[in-house]
Design a protein around this ligand. Structure first.
Ligand code: SF4
Ligand code: SF4
Length: 115
């Protein structure tokens, strides 16, 4: 049986102005940070850990300098906008993370079986 890959479907609706994924960054960190005391130390600094794709990710609140007051990308369509912005979310767990961060279902993308 051939397994089809999951493909991203949908379009970015900017979280209806909330632009959630423009307000934090994800950094891969050593799995040693999962140790309860180290994890607690990160959490009291406002850093949350997530496990995805065999890696541990630190989610750090940090709003992009190009996000406008109206919730739009100030460099959309220019070379200044990182390709990462267009490619995110990469996997379903990215969507889950955004939704968890926002406290509700916000990301308009989903992942479905490809053909
Ligand atoms: S460059 Fe634009 S899309 Fe990317 S994080 Fe900043 S505001 Fe958001
Ligand atoms: S979280 Fe999803 S819908 Fe919201 S701005 Fe990012 S990609 Fe767009």
């Amino acid at each position: 049986m051939v397994m089809s890959a999951l493909v991203r479907v949908g379009e970015c609706n900017g979280c209806l102005g909330a632009a959630s994924c423009c307000k934090f960054v994800l950094l891969a960190v050593h799995h040693a940070y999962l140790e309860p005391d180290k994890r607690h130390w990160l959490e009291i600094h406002g850093v949350r850990l997530h496990e995805s794709g065999g890696l541990v990710w630190a989610r750090i609140d940090a709003t992009c300098m190009h996000l406008t007051d109206g919730g739009k990308c100030g460099v959309f369509g220019t070379a200044e906008r990182p390709q990462t912005c267009a490619d995110f979310p990469f996997v379903q767990s990215d969507i889950n993370l955004v939704d968890e961060w926002a406290g509700e279902k916000v990301c308009s993308y989903s992942f479905q079986e490809g053909i």
